[in-house]
Design a binder for this molecule. Sequence first.
Ligand SMILES: [Zn+2]
Ligand SMILES: [Zn+2]
Length: 273
Amino acid sequence: MDATLTFLGTGTSMGVPTLACTCAVCTSTDAHDRRLRPSVLLRWRQPQADATTGSEAGIERVVVIDTGPDFREQALREKLTHVDAVFYTHAHADHILGMDDLRPLSFIAQRRGGPIPLYADRETTAVLEQIYSYTFSPQATYPTRARLELKPLAECNEVDGVEFVRIPLLHGEMPINGFRFGNAAYMTDVSAIPEESFALLEGVEVLALSALRHQPHPSHATLEQALEWSRRIGARQTWFTHIAHDLGHEETNRNLPENARLAYDGLSVPVTL
Ligand SMILES: [Zn+2]
Ligand SMILES: [Zn+2]
C-alpha cells in the first residue's frame, strides 16, 4: 500500500532559527534552514470496499509521531482535518508540548466514533498525565478538554490495518522509542541503537533518522554516526532530522552521499506499507 511520510518539523529542541542567535544558519534566507520542532506525519488511504458501487474507495488515514510545541502551525500548513492516532517517542518538551492542540481534531474524532488514541510508553504516559491532568484525570471536568485516550505502547501496534513496530533506542541514558512502518522507519533523538534493534530494521528502505550536528553531544548522534547507522541498516534513502543550527541545509547536503540528505519542514516522501 502506498503512503506518504511528511516531515512536520526537522529542527532540534530549540528550533532553527534559535532565539537570540545570529549565526549564519539562524540568519539564513534559505527557507530550508527554518526548522520547527521535530515530528512526522504518515498518510495513506485505507482500502474500503464500497457495498453500493462495488468500487474500491479509500478512507484517508493520518498518524502523527510526536506533537511538539509547533504542532498547531504544522497541522495548519498540512491542512490536517483529522488524526487517527498519535505515537510518542519520549516525553521531552519538544515532542509533547503541542498535545493540547489536538483538541479540535479530537472533537472531530469523538463525533466519528471515539477519542484519538495516543500510544505512549509508561514513562511518557506518566509525564502526559501529570502535565495534562485537566485532560486525563478521572476527575477532569473541563468541558472542552481534548478527547484523547492513552494507550500502552506495545512491541507492535495496529492502526487501521497498519502495524507500527516499536524500535527500542537510547537517548543518552533514557530509553526511548523509534517506529517502523512498512519499508520505513522514524528514529529521532537517538544516541545509540541497541544491537537487538537492528534486527527490527532489516529491510528498511526509507530511513528518517536524527542527526544533530558534527560536534558530539551526550544525548544525540552526530551526523557522521547517523550516516554510519544508515549504511549498516542499508537504507536506500536516508533523511536526517532533529537538526541543530550548526548544519546549513545546502552546504551540508553538498557533502553527503547521494542517498542521504537533510530533510526539511514540509518534505514528503513516498513509502510502502
Ligand atoms: Zn528532541
Ligand atoms: Zn529528547
